[in-house]
Design a protein around this ligand. Structure first.
Ligand code: NAD
Ligand code: UDP
Length: 313
């Protein structure tokens, strides 16, 4: 007799996936983590491996997967520009073939499935803050397209499987999220700045540093995932999940310098092509449908992240 919910997390050994697996195990589920360890590590899930209800499987989501589960969180995909541009063709395949395989699995076993989509579907947004109805401003042939268009196509597949095959879908559009277990070499702004500050190296601002982002602490985001998965079948999203506290990247650098007590200076580097100039979620929908909003202040989240990264210095 099956007592526990069987939950599959693809990309479960990554930054977000490992936090999600932890929450799912703590809530008494049976968790299957599927990962090809491209950017995720076994270290991220080491603490879970001793639990009988946690299982790790090396598998690439671009290949079909035959398992029996009740819910699927589809997170497998490199997420930082450095990692997703390393092998752009593989990135698009991961999003598109991965979505087809996981949706096919959900269809066969009648599982509910959540897609980890992204604010990158809005590209370099002209509407600000971004609501879910905004259709975006993506360059389809630029260096970010392998990720942005892959994720857009995955959303299309989710909605077509829903309309055509009645698969129960949930689409989360995740905005910049940070916290412990971010990959130290992923080049994302929080991990870069924290490590540079802790090492006393110059902080690398791309462009003028006036571009904005809004940073969500990982625990808040995972709570949003769980609430989204728990919604009734009539709610599919897409729904923005992020912290609407928007700040310029330069101000983030100054805050991290202050919190670390670092002597680092600021240096300016060229702005990467197609780097969005502003990004901030409108989370009205998440508030009303999920009763969710972030609760961890930036300073608290940054302090926890800084403590995590001390071991890498
Ligand atoms: P991450 O790189 O730490 O995690 C991705 C995981 O997927 C890794 O463990 C990696 O090894 C695995 N993976 C990659 N390709 C795979 C494949 N073909 N088959 C199996 N596993 C594969 O990144 P993250 O920040 O934890 O992101 C998780 C998901 O959330 C991604 O889908 C990402 O696009 C999305 N997302 C994250 C953010 C963020 O700010 N962290 C923002 C928007 C969207
Ligand atoms: N950025 C920066 N210095 C760095 C890394 C990133 O100024 O060392 C900038 C980057 O150009 C972007 C923002 O910080 O404007 C966020 O970058 P990240 O790669 O974390 O995520 P994005 O939101 O661009 O996907």
């Amino acid at each position: 007799m099956q007592l526990r919910k069987r939950v599959l997390v693809t990309g479960g050994a990554g930054f977000l996936g490992s936090h999600l697996c932890e929450r799912l195990i703590a809530a008494g589920n049976d968790v299957l983590c599927v990962d090809n360890y491209f950017t995720g590590t076994k270290d991220n899930i080491a603490g879970l491996l001793k639990d009988n209800h946690f299982e790790a499987m090396r598998q690439d989501v671009t290949f079909p997967l035959y398992v029996e589960v009740d819910e699927i969180f589809n997170l497998a995909c490199p997420a930082s520009p450095i990692h997703y541009q390393f092998d752009p063709v593989a990135t698009t395949k991961t999003s598109v073939h991965g979505a087809i395989n996981m949706l096919g699995l959900a269809k066969r076993v009648k599982a509910k499935i959540m897609q980890a989509s992204t604010s990158e579907v809005y590209g370099d947004p002209i509407e600000h803050p971004q609501t879910e109805s905004y259709r975006g401003n993506v360059n389809p042939v630029g260096p970010r397209a392998c990720y942005d268009e892959g994720k857009r196509c995955a959303e299309t597949l989710f909605f077509d499987y829903h309309r055509q095959h009645r698969v129960r879908i949930k689409v989360a559009r995740i905005f910049n999220t940070y916290g412990p277990r971010m990959h130290p070499n992923d080049g994302r702004v929080v991990s870069n700045f924290v490590l540079q500050a802790l090492r006393g190296q110059p902080i690398t601002l791309y462009g003028s540093g006036s571009q904005t982002r809004a940073f969500c602490y990982v625990d808040d985001l995972i709570e949003g995932f769980l609430r989204l998965m728990a919604t009734g079948d009539d709610f599919t999203g897409p729904v923005n999940l992020g912290n609407p506290m928007e700040i310029p990247v330069k101000e983030l650098a100054e805050r991290i310098i202050k919190l670390t007590g670092s002597s680092s200076t600021l240096i300016y580097k060229p702005l990467p092509q197609d780097d969005p100039t502003q990004r901030c979620p409108d989370i009205t929908l998440a508030k009303s449908k999920l009763g969710w909003e972030p609760t961890v202040p930036l300073e608290t989240g940054l302090k926890r992240t800084i403590d995590y990264f001390r071991a890498f210095v």
